[in-house]
Write a protein that binds this ligand. Structure first.
Ligand SMILES: Cc1ncc(COP(=O)(O)O)c(C=O)c1O
Length: 407
């Protein structure tokens, strides 16, 4: 007989890494609600509410604001596969792992990549982006707002203006910052911005909020080739090349989220409930208050780490509010520390990727976890573990510095 294993009963961990973080209990409760059919009027009302709520979260008036079913990467793929036509020139702004991910996706979409790069730990100056746009005249410019691999936030003021002046459409991956730092879609003038729930929005991963400007939607609808089984007899296709993915075809997904309700995938009901509650919580708190809460938690993490005598990674003036990189001190085994944090304190902190692997830890305080007591508990635990691992830290130094930063 097949073994049934035990009922799911995970340990009570505090997830203080670069995401996922613990979901807000209200989000988990919303996700236990009963299922509805995807064309049930109650459910389509929820879909419309989700559109309205995420306009608030994205600080945009964009009509086309909805969810992509899948993790944040699904939102990224949907945006890029729908924007990038074969052989189109795409400028990618890169300074970390997630900038490289954009390249990877655009390569697969058949785009012709040009890049403007900064060293990991730094950001690309807007003047360098402007110069690259003027030189390469790309059809699309793609960048990451907060790259969790480096913990740096790329300034994006002026991006839209530069792109519009050269006829380019712009895409921003705001997975790691949406709901925790200002993601000002309309002020940036960005054409498509995507997010995820599992970072500052305090939900589980599995749904990617997306917002699309009217001009990007017009371009995407010009690539519309509705699949045969659902198209109306008189449906007219757009003249531009068909989008290479069916699942991530934004033209069909927007038709599904429109009054047409043209069947595409079966909407992930439970994830939509969760995403809806994440947005309700964020907007009820107020975006400014929420950004301030994340900024205070980030400042306290930095102060606490420095108070312990550790060296914080990256440029201070471009630090993300919600995740902080810190060098693993010489002679300390980073993985042993993470294991002791987990086993002795039930706290998860993050390791790192690529050139930073084994060199830094990443400590997050975001969404439901961007709270003073969780920051202090994490710093206190790290101090204790570091001492046990032979690194000299004055008892209480990190917690005191973090407390002082809060007051
Ligand atoms: C900046 C950024 N983009 C994209 C992703 C990918 O998100 P997901 O793992 O939900 O697909 C992450 C995840 O850590 C991220 O930090």
């Amino acid at each position: 007989m097949t073994e049934l294993f035990g009922e799911i009963d995970p340990p009570q961990r505090m997830l203080m890494g670069p995401g996922p973080v613990n979901a807000h209990p209200r989000v988990l409760r919303a996700m236990s609600a009963d299922l509805l059919g995807q064309f049930d009027p109650e459910f389509t009302t929820y879909m419309n509410q989700v559109m309205a709520l995420y306009r608030g979260v994205f600080q945009t008036d964009n009509r086309w604001t909805f969810l992509i079913d899948g993790t944040a990467r699904a939102g990224i793929e949907a945006a890029l596969i729908s924007l990038v036509e074969p052989k189109a020139t795409v400028l990618i702004v890169r300074s970390g792992r997630f900038g490289l991910l954009l390249s990877e996706i655009v390569e697969r979409a058949g785009g012709n990549i040009v890049t403007v790069d900064a060293e990991w730990g730094k950001v690309v100056p807007m003047a360098a982006i402007a110069e690259a746009v003027a030189r390469h005249k790309p059809a699309v410019v793609a960048c990451v707002h907060g790259d969790t691999s480096t913990t740096m936030a790329q300034p994006l003021d002026g991006l839209g203006e530069i792109c519009r002046a050269h006829g380019a459409l712009s895409y921003v991956d705001a997975t790691a910052t949406l709901g925790g730092m200002a993601v000002e879609v309309d002020r940036w003038g960005a054409d498509i911005v995507t997010g995820g729930l599992q970072k500052c929005l305090g939900g589980p991963s599995g749904s990617s909020p997306i917002t699309v400007s009217d001009r990007a939607a017009e371009f995407i609808f010009a690539r519309r080739h509705t699949e045969k089984g659902i198209r109306a007899a008189d449906a007219a296709d757009g003249g531009r090349p068909r989008i290479a993915s069916n699942y991530f075809d934004l033209a069909m997904i927007m038709d599904y989220w429109s009054e047409k309700r043209l069947n595409h995938h079966t909407e992930a009901t439970t994830m939509l409930y969760g995403a809806r509650e994440c947005a309700r919580i964020a907007l009820a708190e107020g975006l400014e208050a929420r950004f301030a809460r994340h900024a205070a938690a980030g400042r306290a993490v930095v102060a606490g780490l420095r108070g312990m005598g550790l060296t914080v990674y990256g440029a201070d003036d471009h630090r993300m509010a919600n995740v902080t990189g810190v060098y693993i001190p010489d002679g300390v085994d980073g993985e042993r520390v993470r294991t002791r944090m987990r086993e002795d304190f039930e706290i998860e902190i993050g390791s790192a990727f690529g050139p930073l692997q084994g060199k830094i830890w990443r400590i997050g305080a975001m969404g439901y976890n961007a709270m003073k007591h969780k920051v202090l508990i994490t710093l206190g635990a790290l101090e204790a573990v570091l001492r046990a691992e032979g690194f000299a830290v004055k008892s209480g130094a990190g917690v005191d510095a973090a407390l002082a930063s809060y007051s």
